[in-house]
Design a protein around this ligand. Structure first.
Ligand code: ADP
Ligand code: MG
Length: 519
């Protein structure tokens, strides 16, 4: 590498250092903001009560349904929990028709969703289905829930809702291209139930589910050993986590009914907005620029340094800065001593390198994973993804160094959130050798090389955890939170019904409280 390229790359990479000292300051602030969020509304970490008051241990049994309304698709599945940490899942997926996303009334969209549920039941559970529909049609009450055999359904709804019961939550606003004004302020579970009832389906919308909580439940059910999982964490497009908190620590008021007997409740932290004030989070010129040019400046500041949607953009901004540095030859094919392709490096006109969001985070994984001596895989991907033709080994090395630095900082920041929660829970102190289990989901944690190892390494340096503590923290990938996780929350809800923790009347929608953003 030419000296100036090496030196400039080093200078940029150094800005992404996140030292052990930074880590520890970060954890202290995370703990402070966590506790603030448990005490009052409208804080940085929203700390939203989920009404889920226990986690599974793998012995749960039964047949449940789950649906997931994401941004583009509607997934319907049934989950058979076998009671031995395993499950069988049947699922179908349908694209949501564009015209329904902007329909005139809620009925059009929710009617469509109910239709899909009907279709799924007819296809996959015909025997069960016919008998139950007949019975439901004959019940006199409008709901007919006295039938013990209706499917309990967990509803993963990935839009901002204000939750006020295990199966109640009103839509705050639509996002992701949806716009049906009529739905705003209404209970989305009730809207779905109405349409299900019109079709006489044997289904009760039992639980409203956030993907972090689904991940926590899915992991706790499937994880090896008896240890109950403490945290469900998402590192995908966005980042967020849910964890098990002692109810006595939850000092702000929680409306609605929940099972108080366990003494615990799962809290959705909404940690993506940790330290929006920038008390402790790093803020390189690249972070600042990304935020300034985003649709929501000043918001989701932690997420903007950690999750898949943003990391590629940070890398892009840093690489462009390097490219534009005077006297530095990057992607210019001039002073590259080992440009073995014998052609001049060229960047295509439509290259994502010069477009906002033009660099996908998956390219970072490719870069970091490429350990060939001439970085041939990465150079190929620079060509195919960014139209950077005939990049030299030195160019690719500079790119790789920056991608590594940005990814490593993200992993160490992730460790701040996880460590804060582990310390808050007291679990390392409660026993001498039991594991503290964490379920994680999302493309970043699954595919970025050594993401979990880098988290583990950071945990060792955190006061209150240390090398011994880190050994006892286990992070496992938990897939399918919106399937098996949602089914497990439906099971919790069914348990509440049995214990007589009854539904509140539909008009008891509290106005206080923070919005739940379902990522
Ligand atoms: P979602 O958040 O919608 O559930 P994912 O968990 O798949 O979906 O996360 C998608 C995000 O992960 C995108 O921002 C994408 O850029 C990023 N991503 C996808 N593949 C990789 C990869 N191999 N390495 C790092 N990031 C990735
Ligand atoms: Mg996801």
């Amino acid at each position: 590498m030419s000296n100036s390229l090496i030196q400039e790359t080093k200078r940029i990479v150094a800005q992404f250092d996140y030292t052990d000292d930074d880590l520890n300051k970060g954890v202290q602030e995370f703990l402070r903001q966590m506790n603030e969020g448990l005490q009052k509304d409208a804080t940085s970490l929203s700390q939203i009560p989920t009404y889920v008051t226990g986690v599974p241990n793998g012995t749960e049994k039964g047949l449940y349904m789950a649906v997931d309304l994401g941004g583009t698709n509607f997934r319907v599945c049934s989950v058979h929990l076998n009671g031995d940490t395993t499950f069988d899942l049947t699922y179908s997926k349908v694209a949501i028709p564009k015209e329904l996303m902007v329909a005139k009334t809620s009925k059009e969209l929710f009617g469509f969703l109910a239709k899909q549920i009907e279709l799924f039941l007819k296809t996959h559970h015909e025997d069960h289905f016919e008998a139950l529909v007949r019975r439901r049609k004959s019940t006199k009450t409008p709901h007919g829930y006295e039938d013990e055999n209706v499917f309990r359904l967990g509803f993963t709804f990935s839009f901002p809702v204000q939750q006020f019961g295990i199966n109640k939550g009103s839509l705050i606003r639509w996002t992701k291209g949806f716009d049906i004004p009529d739905t705003v302020g209404k209970d989305v579970c009730a809207l779905l139930q109405e349409e299900i009832d019109l079709l006489h389906l044997p289904v009760k919308v039992a639980a409203l589910v956030n993907d972090t909580v689904g991940t926590l439940m899915a992991r706790s059910y499937t994880s090896p050993g008896k240890t109950a999982t403490l945290i469900g964490a998402i590192f995908g497009t966005g980042t967020n986590g849910a964890y098990v908190e002692k109810i006595e620590n939850l000092q702000k008021s929680v409306g609605g009914q929940y099972d108080k007997s366990t003494g615990e409740m799962v809290i959705n932290t909404e940690w993506g907005s940790f330290d929006n004030q920038l008390n402790v989070l790093p803020n390189t010129p690249y972070d600042a620029k990304l935020d300034r040019e985003s649709v929501n400046p000043g918001i989701q500041i932690f997420e903007k340094r950690v999750s898949g949607m943003f990391l590629g953009e940070i890398v892009r901004l840093a690489v462009v800065d390097l490219y534009e540095s005077p006297n530095v030859s990057l992607f210019k094919g001039i002073s590259s001593s080992t440009n073995d392709q014998k052609t001049t490096t060229r960047i295509g006109d439509g290259s994502g390198l010069f477009k906002q969001w033009g660099l996908d985070s998956s390219l970072m994984s490719t870069a970091v994973a490429d350990s060939t001596p001439d970085l041939s895989t990465l150079r190929q991907e620079l060509d195919s993804h960014l139209q950077i033709h005939a990049a030299s080994v030195e160019d690719a090395q500079a790119f790789k160094d920056i991608a590594y630095a940005v990814g490593r900082r993200a992993a160490r920041l992730s460790a701040v959130a996880l460590a804060g929660i582990v310390i808050q829970s007291g679990r390392l102190k409660e026993t001498k050798d039991e594991l503290v289990d964490i379920g994680a989901d999302g493309s970043l944690v699954e595919h970025y090389p050594s993401f979990r190892d880098m988290i583990q390494e950071a945990l060792k340096s955190i006061e209150g955890i240390g090398a011994e503590g880190a050994e006892r923290i286990r992070i496992g990938i938990a897939r399918d939170g919106s399937g098996v996780g949602a089914a497990l929350i439906a099971l919790v809800a069914a348990g509440m019904e049995k214990k007589g923790i009854t539904d509140e009347p539909a008009d008891a929608i509290p106005s206080a409280g923070e919005p739940t953003t379902l990522t």
